[in-house]
Design a protein around this ligand. Structure first.
Ligand SMILES: Cc1cc2nc3c(=O)[nH]c(=O)nc-3n(C[C@H](O)[C@H](O)[C@H](O)COP(=O)(O)OP(=O)(O)OC[C@H]3O[C@@H](n4cnc5c(N)ncnc54)[C@H](O)[C@@H]3O)c2cc1C
Length: 440
C-alpha cells in the first residue's frame, strides 16, 4: 500500500488542475488514471500526419476564459472559429433549404431574425418553467405566441431541436427546460491547430500520474480514504474523484459508504449524452469557399444537417460533422464506413454526384468508451444549473467530486472542468488560490 496526502482519480483537465494546485500547496499527490494517456475527454489524434481533436475542440468564447489564459501562457496557438455555439449567422454559412436549394441572403437574415425573436420569448418562458418541463415544451409555448405560418414555425422549431442536439447531444424533448441556460458565448470562439491536448500535457508536467491504473473502489472513513486499483492500493487523507458521471452512475467506481443523499439526487438529474464526431478529409474542396460551415434545413437534415470547414485550422480540405443525439444513438452499432456513407449521401444531395469519397475519415465512439460512457452530461427535466454544484460539496472533509458535471455555470466544457478542479483544490487545502496559479 502506498500512502500520500491526496489521491486524485482521473487525469482529465479537472483532475490535473486539482492535482497541480494541491501539489503547489506542498501536498504529496498521486493521480490515478485508467487510460494510457492524460487528458481524458481532451484527446488529440495525430495518426496519418493529421491533427484531429476527438474530444473537445472549442473554447466557446475567450472573453475572461481561464482556458484561454492558460493556453496563452502555455504558448498554444489558437484559431478563431466562431460557429461552435450553433449560431445561425455569426459567421458566413452556406444554407440549403428543405429541397436542397441554396437559401438567398435575405431568407437567411429572416431565418436568423426569427430565431432571435423566439429566443427572447423563450428566455421568459424558461424562467417560469415548471419542474418537469422539457426544453421542447418551452419551445412549443414560445412558438405558440408567434404570429407565423406553419413553415416559419417549423424552421425555428427545427433549429432549436438541432441546437439542443449539437450543444448537448440530446433532442429538445428530452432535455430539461434549463438545459441550455449556460449556453452563452462570450467573445470569439477558438480552436487549437496543434491540438487541445497540449493543455492537459502542460497541466500534467511534473505531477505523479499513474497511467493504466483502474480505480474500482473508494473506502472513506473520518481518518481518510483507501483507493483500490488493479495495480495496488493507495491511502491518503483526502481524495478528489473526477471520473465522468456516467462512470459513477454505472457503479464502475464503488464508493463506500455511499455518497450523501444531496449528491445522489444531483447525480440522478444528469445523464451522459450520445454525441460523436465525424471528420472527413478530401483530396480537394468541393464546397463553397470562405464559409465557416454548411447547413441543410428540413427532414433530409434530420441526422446530418451541419458540416464545419476545418480548413480554417489546417491547410487541408476537411469537414467536421456530428452524430448528435438521435443520430448517435441510431448509428452506434454501425460500421464507420456506413456512417461515412450516410453523411456523404447528404453532401452529394447538396453538391452533386461528382463529390468524391473522402480520402480518410475519423468516427469517434465516446458512447462505448468505458471511462467516459458518453461525451458529457446533460440536464434532465426538473434540474437547474445549481444542481451540478451540489455534487461538489465536500463529504466529511475527506471526499471531493470534481469534473465538468460539477460546475453549474458552464458544465459540459473544458473551462467548467478546469474551474471545478480549482475549486476542489481550494477545498482540499482550505485556502483561496488564484486560478492563474495553474499557469504561473
Ligand atoms: C466529442 C466531444 C466534444 C466536446 N467538445 C467540447 C468543446 O468543443 N468545448 C468544450 O469546452 N468541451 C467540449 N467537450 C467536453 C469536454 O471535453 C469535457 O467537459 C472535459 O474535457 C471533461 O473533463 P473532466 O476532467 O471533467 O473529465 P475527463 O476528461 O473525462 O477526465 C476524467 C478521467 O477519469 C478517468 N477515469 C474514468 N474512470 C476511471 C477509473 N475507474 N479509474 C481511473 N480513472 C478513471 C478517465 O479516463 C479520464 O481521463 C467535448 C467532449 C467530447 C467527448
Amino acid at each position: 500500500m502506498e500512502t500520500v496526502d491526496v489521491i486524485v482519480i482521473g487525469a482529465g483537465v479537472s483532475g490535473l488542475a486539482a492535482a497541480r494546485l494541491i501539489a503547489r500547496g506542498g501536498r504529496r499527490v498521486v493521480v490515478i488514471e485508467a487510460r494510457d494517456r492524460v487528458g481524458g475527454r481532451v484527446h488529440t489524434d495525430r495518426s496519418g500526419g493529421h491533427i484531429t481533436d476527438r474530444g473537445a475542440s472549442w473554447i466557446h468564447g475567450i472573453h475572461e476564459s481561464p482556458v484561454a489564459a492558460a493556453a496563452r501562457a502555455f504558448g498554444m496557438p489558437m484559431v478563431e472559429f466562431t460557429v461552435g455555439g450553433y449560431q445561425p449567422d455569426s459567421r458566413p454559412l452556406t444554407y440549403f433549404d428543405a429541397r436542397g436549394r441554396r437559401l438567398e441572403a435575405d431568407a437567411v437574415r429572416q431565418y436568423a431574425a426569427d430565431i432571435r425573436t423566439l429566443n427572447a420569448a423563450l428566455a421568459k418562458i424558461i424562467a417560469g418553467a415548471g419542474a418537469e418541463a422539457t426544453y421542447g415544451d418551452a419551445v412549443e409555448r414560445a412558438l405558440a405566441e408567434q404570429d407565423w405560418d406553419a413553415e416559419r414555425k417549423e424552421r425555428v422549431r427545427e433549429y432549436n431541436d438541432r441546437r439542443a442536439q449539437e450543444q448537448y447531444g440530446v433532442g429538445m424533448g428530452e432535455l430539461g427546460a434549463h438545459g441550455l441556460d449556460d449556453d452563452t458565448v462570450n467573445g470569439d470562439e477558438v480552436v487549437f491547430p496543434r491540438g487541445y491536448d497540449e493543455l492537459a500535457t502542460n497541466l500534467a508536467a511534473g505531477l505523479d500520474v499513474r497511467l493504466e491504473h483502474l480505480a474500482s473502489q473508494v473506502d472513506r472513513s473520518s481518518e481518510g480514504v483507501t483507493v483500490v486499483t488493479d495495480r495496488g492500493v493507495f491511502r491518503a487523507r483526502q481524495v478528489v474523484i473526477t471520473v465522468p458521471v456516467g462512470v459513477l452512475q454505472a457503479g464502475d467506481l464503488l464508493i463506500e459508504p455511499p455518497l450523501p443523499e444531496t449528491h445522489r439526487r444531483a447525480l440522478g438529474l444528469l445523464r451522459m449524452n450520445a454525441f460523436e464526431k465525424v471528420v472527413l478529409r478530401f483530396a480537394e474542396r468541393f464546397w463553397d469557399a470562405g464559409v465557416y460551415g454548411i447547413r441543410q434545413l428540413g427532414d433530409e437534415g434530420e441526422w446530418w444537417h451541419s458540416w464545419y470547414d476545418l480548413g480554417r485550422l489546417h491547410d487541408e480540405p476537411a469537414l467536421l460533422t456530428f452524430a448528435a443525439g438521435p443520430a448517435a444513438v441510431a448509428t452506434r452499432t454501425w460500421a464507420d464506413e456506413d456512417i461515412v456513407a450516410s453523411t456523404m449521401a447528404q453532401l452529394r444531395r447538396l453538391y452533386g454526384d461528382t463529390v468524391p469519397d473522402p480520402t480518410s475519415a475519423i468516427v469517434t465512439r465516446w458512447q462505448d468508451d468505458p471511462f467516459s460512457r458518453g461525451s458529457y452530461a446533460f440536464m434532465l427535466p426538473g434540474s437547474v444549473g445549481a444542481d451540478h454544484d451540489d455534487l461538489a460539496e465536500p463529504v466529511d472533509g475527506v471526499l471531493h467530486l470534481a469534473g465538468e458535471a460539477t460546475w453549474g455555470d458552464d458544465p459540459a466544457t473544458v473551462p467548467g472542468a478546469l474551474l471545478s478542479g480549482h475549486r476542489a483544490a481550494q477545498n482540499v487545502l482550505g485556502i483561496d488560490i488564484p486560478v492563474s496559479e495553474l499557469w504561473a
